[in-house]
Design a protein around this ligand. Sequence first.
Ligand SMILES: Cc1ncc(COP(=O)(O)O)c(C=O)c1O
Length: 291
Amino acid sequence: MSDMFYINGGIVKKEEARVPLYDHGLLYGDGLFEGIRTYNGKVFKLDEHLDRLYYSAAALMIAMPVAQPVLRDSVLELCKANNHLSGYIRLTVTRGTGLGLDPKHISGTANIYISTEQLSLYPAELYETGLVMVTASNRLPPPDVIDPRIKCTGKYTNNIQAKLEANRKGAGEAVMLNAQGYVCECTGDNIFVFKDGVLKTPPSHSCGLVGITRNTVLELARKNNFPVEETLMTQYDVYNANECFLTGTGAEVIPAIELDGRKIGSGRAGALTTKLIALFREHTRESGVKF
Ligand SMILES: Cc1ncc(COP(=O)(O)O)c(C=O)c1O
């Protein structure tokens, strides 16, 4: 648990950390967030997460009250204060405080909250045995509803419905489709398959989030001479893949071995996935911003 929290420019103790009752994020899901990892006293892909946050804020007309380099320093300062050397940072921004849907009623500026936690999302053995997945019944919103590059809190109601369905069906994750039925992502992760030695993932315009772990894995794969394709996929491509894995800040790179009752490949974590997991772990040890 975070001992210290960052709230609107200051670092406060847990006992003093308060969120206003009329926070627009709380009332309407009107906010943004980033989950960021720390590994061995370094923040992983900090600038990429802050870029995504500031682009999302610009797209939703949430005026960030501090410049990006200032917030970057605050993240590092909080990490130092809590000293979770390998953990998870949650950075939340809401439009501000005010009752009523209309942002005109918001007084003051956007609210920024940051906490840090010790975190391990899935048990270690799942990285060997792999996740069982089901396809979610609900679809992702199309880009004319909300641009998939925006990482905003409100749209996660939909992902939470999909996660509830996965839980009900005893699965570890739910695969989410777009309105046309193409596979896009999971509730909190991007999805990849290996087919005949080619690494494939849906293109970011198909409605999944442009994941930072996804981009890291694509970079590592290309650097290590894996053939890579960003291509539209349906459930058929996942059912008939040789290997499948998911990527996300929380989950990192995790094998997936079944979708809707169909075993994927051998039904076990594949050799190429295991190689990418090793490359990813090595990369997390080597890179990051020190705190
Ligand atoms: C819906 C969704 N897709 C994909 C991802 C993976 O993105 P990242 O690798 O940036 O954590 C996340 C996690 O933030 C997510 O919530």
